[in-house]
Design a binder for this molecule. Structure first.
Ligand SMILES: Nc1ncnc2c1ncn2[C@@H]1O[C@H](COP(=O)(O)OP(=O)(O)OP(=O)(O)O)[C@@H](O)[C@H]1O
Length: 261
Protein backbone atom coordinates (compact mmCIF):
# COMPACT_ATOMS: atom_id res chain seq x y z
CA UNK A 1 0.00 0.00 0.00
CA UNK A 2 1.22 3.49 -0.91
CA UNK A 3 1.89 5.85 1.99
CA UNK A 4 -0.40 8.90 2.27
CA UNK A 5 2.61 11.13 2.51
CA UNK A 6 6.34 10.64 2.80
CA UNK A 7 6.81 14.05 4.37
CA UNK A 8 7.69 14.51 8.00
CA UNK A 9 5.22 16.59 10.01
CA UNK A 10 5.58 20.17 8.65
CA UNK A 11 7.53 22.32 11.07
CA UNK A 12 5.51 25.30 12.22
CA UNK A 13 7.13 28.65 11.31
CA UNK A 14 7.87 29.24 14.97
CA UNK A 15 9.74 25.94 15.10
CA UNK A 16 12.20 27.02 12.41
CA UNK A 17 14.02 29.95 13.98
CA UNK A 18 17.25 29.33 12.10
CA UNK A 19 15.50 29.89 8.78
CA UNK A 20 14.54 33.16 7.12
CA UNK A 21 11.25 34.79 8.09
CA UNK A 22 8.18 32.90 6.86
CA UNK A 23 6.02 35.10 4.62
CA UNK A 24 3.27 32.63 3.80
CA UNK A 25 1.97 29.57 5.61
CA UNK A 26 -0.67 27.12 4.55
CA UNK A 27 -1.43 25.16 7.67
CA UNK A 28 -3.46 21.94 7.39
CA UNK A 29 -5.85 23.36 4.82
CA UNK A 30 -8.72 21.23 3.55
CA UNK A 31 -11.10 22.13 0.74
CA UNK A 32 -13.83 19.94 -0.75
CA UNK A 33 -16.48 20.48 -3.40
CA UNK A 34 -19.20 18.01 -2.41
CA UNK A 35 -17.55 14.57 -2.41
CA UNK A 36 -14.49 15.87 -4.23
CA UNK A 37 -11.91 16.28 -1.45
CA UNK A 38 -9.36 18.43 -3.29
CA UNK A 39 -7.08 19.57 -0.46
CA UNK A 40 -6.70 17.35 2.61
CA UNK A 41 -4.68 18.83 5.44
CA UNK A 42 -2.31 20.44 2.98
CA UNK A 43 0.56 22.46 4.47
CA UNK A 44 3.45 24.49 3.18
CA UNK A 45 5.63 27.38 4.31
CA UNK A 46 7.27 29.99 2.08
CA UNK A 47 10.23 31.92 3.44
CA UNK A 48 11.48 35.36 2.48
CA UNK A 49 13.55 35.30 -0.69
CA UNK A 50 12.63 31.72 -1.52
CA UNK A 51 11.08 30.23 -4.68
CA UNK A 52 8.80 27.28 -3.94
CA UNK A 53 7.23 25.31 -6.79
CA UNK A 54 4.02 23.38 -6.21
CA UNK A 55 4.04 20.41 -8.53
CA UNK A 56 0.93 18.34 -9.05
CA UNK A 57 -0.95 16.56 -11.79
CA UNK A 58 -3.76 18.23 -13.67
CA UNK A 59 -6.78 18.50 -11.38
CA UNK A 60 -4.74 17.93 -8.22
CA UNK A 61 -5.83 21.24 -6.68
CA UNK A 62 -3.04 23.70 -7.47
CA UNK A 63 -5.42 26.44 -8.62
CA UNK A 64 -7.72 25.77 -5.66
CA UNK A 65 -4.70 26.28 -3.40
CA UNK A 66 -3.81 29.62 -5.04
CA UNK A 67 -7.45 30.75 -4.84
CA UNK A 68 -7.49 29.94 -1.13
CA UNK A 69 -4.26 31.92 -0.65
CA UNK A 70 -5.63 35.04 -2.34
CA UNK A 71 -8.96 34.76 -0.58
CA UNK A 72 -11.09 33.84 -3.60
CA UNK A 73 -12.03 30.53 -1.98
CA UNK A 74 -12.54 29.86 1.71
CA UNK A 75 -10.93 26.66 3.06
CA UNK A 76 -13.23 24.27 4.95
CA UNK A 77 -10.53 23.83 7.58
CA UNK A 78 -7.03 25.02 8.36
CA UNK A 79 -5.40 28.40 8.29
CA UNK A 80 -3.59 30.53 5.70
CA UNK A 81 -1.32 33.32 6.88
CA UNK A 82 0.15 35.82 4.43
CA UNK A 83 2.69 38.37 5.71
CA UNK A 84 1.52 37.68 9.23
CA UNK A 85 -2.18 38.12 8.50
CA UNK A 86 -4.77 35.35 8.73
CA UNK A 87 -6.50 35.60 5.33
CA UNK A 88 -9.85 34.34 6.69
CA UNK A 89 -10.14 37.24 9.12
CA UNK A 90 -9.55 40.08 6.62
CA UNK A 91 -12.35 42.35 5.50
CA UNK A 92 -12.53 43.58 1.91
CA UNK A 93 -10.35 46.66 2.48
CA UNK A 94 -7.67 44.73 4.39
CA UNK A 95 -7.66 42.02 1.71
CA UNK A 96 -7.24 44.68 -0.95
CA UNK A 97 -4.24 46.16 0.88
CA UNK A 98 -2.72 42.69 1.23
CA UNK A 99 -3.21 42.00 -2.49
CA UNK A 100 -1.02 45.02 -3.27
CA UNK A 101 1.83 43.15 -1.56
CA UNK A 102 1.10 39.82 -3.22
CA UNK A 103 1.55 39.91 -6.99
CA UNK A 104 -0.32 37.35 -9.04
CA UNK A 105 0.92 36.47 -12.50
CA UNK A 106 -2.04 34.91 -14.30
CA UNK A 107 -1.46 32.14 -16.81
CA UNK A 108 -3.38 34.27 -19.35
CA UNK A 109 -1.36 37.39 -18.36
CA UNK A 110 -4.70 39.28 -18.01
CA UNK A 111 -3.44 42.41 -19.76
CA UNK A 112 -6.01 44.98 -20.94
CA UNK A 113 -5.94 44.69 -24.74
CA UNK A 114 -7.22 48.20 -25.41
CA UNK A 115 -4.61 49.87 -23.17
CA UNK A 116 -0.98 50.59 -23.99
CA UNK A 117 1.73 48.88 -21.99
CA UNK A 118 2.18 52.12 -19.99
CA UNK A 119 -1.52 52.26 -19.07
CA UNK A 120 -1.53 48.57 -18.18
CA UNK A 121 1.28 49.28 -15.71
CA UNK A 122 -0.29 52.46 -14.37
CA UNK A 123 -3.55 50.65 -13.65
CA UNK A 124 -2.47 48.81 -10.46
CA UNK A 125 -0.37 51.77 -9.37
CA UNK A 126 -3.35 54.15 -9.45
CA UNK A 127 -5.73 51.56 -8.05
CA UNK A 128 -3.56 51.22 -4.97
CA UNK A 129 -2.58 54.93 -4.86
CA UNK A 130 1.08 54.05 -4.73
CA UNK A 131 2.61 56.84 -6.86
CA UNK A 132 2.74 60.53 -6.15
CA UNK A 133 2.34 62.47 -9.36
CA UNK A 134 3.19 61.89 -13.03
CA UNK A 135 6.98 62.09 -12.64
CA UNK A 136 7.08 59.32 -10.05
CA UNK A 137 4.59 57.26 -12.07
CA UNK A 138 6.78 57.57 -15.14
CA UNK A 139 9.89 56.59 -13.19
CA UNK A 140 8.15 53.51 -11.76
CA UNK A 141 6.85 52.46 -15.18
CA UNK A 142 10.32 52.89 -16.66
CA UNK A 143 11.95 50.88 -13.84
CA UNK A 144 9.42 48.04 -14.10
CA UNK A 145 9.85 47.83 -17.89
CA UNK A 146 13.60 47.99 -17.52
CA UNK A 147 13.47 45.13 -14.99
CA UNK A 148 11.89 42.88 -17.60
CA UNK A 149 14.11 44.12 -20.45
CA UNK A 150 11.34 45.91 -22.36
CA UNK A 151 11.96 49.60 -21.72
CA UNK A 152 11.04 50.50 -25.32
CA UNK A 153 7.51 49.08 -25.30
CA UNK A 154 5.55 51.65 -23.24
CA UNK A 155 3.52 52.96 -26.19
CA UNK A 156 2.69 49.53 -27.66
CA UNK A 157 -0.55 47.59 -27.31
CA UNK A 158 -0.49 43.99 -26.02
CA UNK A 159 -1.51 42.76 -29.50
CA UNK A 160 1.75 44.19 -30.86
CA UNK A 161 3.83 42.02 -28.50
CA UNK A 162 4.93 38.38 -28.74
CA UNK A 163 3.72 35.83 -26.17
CA UNK A 164 7.00 36.04 -24.27
CA UNK A 165 6.88 39.84 -24.26
CA UNK A 166 3.30 39.79 -22.95
CA UNK A 167 4.44 37.52 -20.12
CA UNK A 168 7.23 39.98 -19.31
CA UNK A 169 4.81 42.92 -19.33
CA UNK A 170 2.46 41.02 -17.02
CA UNK A 171 5.42 40.48 -14.70
CA UNK A 172 6.35 44.19 -14.94
CA UNK A 173 2.77 45.07 -13.96
CA UNK A 174 3.17 42.85 -10.91
CA UNK A 175 6.64 44.23 -10.07
CA UNK A 176 5.57 47.85 -10.21
CA UNK A 177 3.85 47.39 -6.83
CA UNK A 178 7.11 46.02 -5.34
CA UNK A 179 5.37 42.91 -3.99
CA UNK A 180 6.81 40.85 -1.14
CA UNK A 181 5.38 37.69 -2.67
CA UNK A 182 4.67 36.74 -6.28
CA UNK A 183 2.32 33.89 -7.17
CA UNK A 184 3.07 32.52 -10.63
CA UNK A 185 0.39 30.39 -12.32
CA UNK A 186 2.07 28.19 -14.96
CA UNK A 187 4.47 30.96 -16.05
CA UNK A 188 5.89 29.12 -19.07
CA UNK A 189 2.77 27.39 -20.42
CA UNK A 190 2.19 28.17 -24.10
CA UNK A 191 5.68 29.55 -24.68
CA UNK A 192 8.29 28.03 -26.97
CA UNK A 193 11.23 26.37 -25.14
CA UNK A 194 13.68 29.24 -25.70
CA UNK A 195 11.23 31.91 -24.53
CA UNK A 196 10.20 29.70 -21.61
CA UNK A 197 13.83 29.52 -20.43
CA UNK A 198 14.11 33.32 -20.72
CA UNK A 199 11.09 33.63 -18.43
CA UNK A 200 12.67 31.15 -15.98
CA UNK A 201 15.82 33.29 -15.85
CA UNK A 202 13.73 36.41 -15.37
CA UNK A 203 11.95 34.78 -12.42
CA UNK A 204 15.37 34.14 -10.86
CA UNK A 205 16.58 37.70 -11.60
CA UNK A 206 13.50 39.20 -9.95
CA UNK A 207 14.02 36.98 -6.90
CA UNK A 208 17.65 38.06 -6.58
CA UNK A 209 17.13 41.77 -7.30
CA UNK A 210 14.13 42.35 -5.03
CA UNK A 211 14.43 39.39 -2.66
CA UNK A 212 10.83 38.50 -3.42
CA UNK A 213 9.40 35.19 -2.36
CA UNK A 214 7.53 33.22 -4.98
CA UNK A 215 5.03 30.40 -5.05
CA UNK A 216 5.05 28.92 -8.52
CA UNK A 217 2.66 26.41 -10.04
CA UNK A 218 4.22 24.58 -12.91
CA UNK A 219 4.08 21.38 -14.96
CA UNK A 220 7.20 22.35 -16.90
CA UNK A 221 10.00 20.29 -15.36
CA UNK A 222 12.69 22.50 -16.91
CA UNK A 223 11.04 25.49 -15.28
CA UNK A 224 10.85 23.61 -11.97
CA UNK A 225 14.54 22.70 -12.18
CA UNK A 226 15.63 26.24 -12.98
CA UNK A 227 13.47 28.32 -10.64
CA UNK A 228 12.77 26.16 -7.58
CA UNK A 229 14.71 26.43 -4.36
CA UNK A 230 12.26 23.87 -3.03
CA UNK A 231 9.58 21.71 -4.63
CA UNK A 232 6.36 20.67 -2.90
CA UNK A 233 4.56 17.70 -4.41
CA UNK A 234 0.77 17.93 -4.19
CA UNK A 235 -0.62 14.41 -4.42
CA UNK A 236 -4.09 13.28 -3.28
CA UNK A 237 -4.66 16.68 -1.68
CA UNK A 238 -1.61 16.44 0.55
CA UNK A 239 1.96 17.60 0.57
CA UNK A 240 3.26 14.18 -0.41
CA UNK A 241 6.95 15.07 -0.60
CA UNK A 242 9.15 18.12 -0.57
CA UNK A 243 12.78 18.93 -1.19
CA UNK A 244 15.10 20.44 -3.75
CA UNK A 245 14.65 19.43 -7.38
CA UNK A 246 17.71 17.18 -7.11
CA UNK A 247 16.48 15.53 -3.90
CA UNK A 248 13.10 14.71 -5.39
CA UNK A 249 14.57 13.67 -8.75
CA UNK A 250 16.64 11.11 -6.86
CA UNK A 251 13.69 9.86 -4.78
CA UNK A 252 12.73 6.29 -5.63
CA UNK A 253 9.17 6.51 -4.27
CA UNK A 254 6.94 5.69 -7.27
CA UNK A 255 4.58 8.65 -6.77
CA UNK A 256 7.54 11.03 -6.69
CA UNK A 257 9.47 9.29 -9.44
CA UNK A 258 6.68 9.54 -12.01
CA UNK A 259 7.05 13.35 -12.09
CA UNK A 260 10.73 13.04 -12.96
CA UNK A 261 10.62 9.99 -15.25
N1 LIG B 1 -15.39 26.23 -7.92
C1 LIG B 1 -15.31 24.89 -8.00
N2 LIG B 1 -16.40 24.13 -7.83
C2 LIG B 1 -16.35 22.78 -7.88
N3 LIG B 1 -15.21 22.09 -8.11
C3 LIG B 1 -14.08 22.79 -8.31
C4 LIG B 1 -14.07 24.21 -8.26
N4 LIG B 1 -12.81 24.64 -8.48
C5 LIG B 1 -12.06 23.53 -8.66
N5 LIG B 1 -12.82 22.42 -8.56
C6 LIG B 1 -12.35 21.03 -8.67
O1 LIG B 1 -11.16 20.92 -7.88
C7 LIG B 1 -10.25 20.02 -8.49
C8 LIG B 1 -8.89 20.68 -8.60
O2 LIG B 1 -8.97 21.72 -9.56
P1 LIG B 1 -7.76 22.70 -9.85
O3 LIG B 1 -8.24 23.67 -10.90
O4 LIG B 1 -7.26 23.28 -8.59
O5 LIG B 1 -6.67 21.73 -10.45
P2 LIG B 1 -5.20 22.07 -10.98
O6 LIG B 1 -4.26 21.22 -10.21
O7 LIG B 1 -4.99 23.54 -10.96
O8 LIG B 1 -5.31 21.54 -12.47
P3 LIG B 1 -4.60 22.06 -13.84
O9 LIG B 1 -3.13 21.76 -13.68
O10 LIG B 1 -5.24 21.22 -14.90
O11 LIG B 1 -4.90 23.53 -13.97
C9 LIG B 1 -10.87 19.60 -9.82
O12 LIG B 1 -11.47 18.33 -9.63
C10 LIG B 1 -11.91 20.66 -10.07
O13 LIG B 1 -12.98 20.13 -10.82
Amino acid sequence: MQPESIVQEMPSPAAAPAMAETVLTVDNVSKSFGDNHVLRNFSLALRRGENVVVLGKSGSGKSVLIKCIIGLLLPDAGRITVLGQDVATLDHAAMDRLRAKVGFLFQSNALYDSMTVRDNLLFPLRRHWLAHGPAEEEALVHQALDDVGLAHTAELLPAELSGGMRKRIALARTLILRPDIILYDEPTTGLDPVTAREIDHLIREVQQKYRTSALIISHDMNCVRLVADRVVLLVDGRCYAEGTYEELAGNADPKVHEFFA
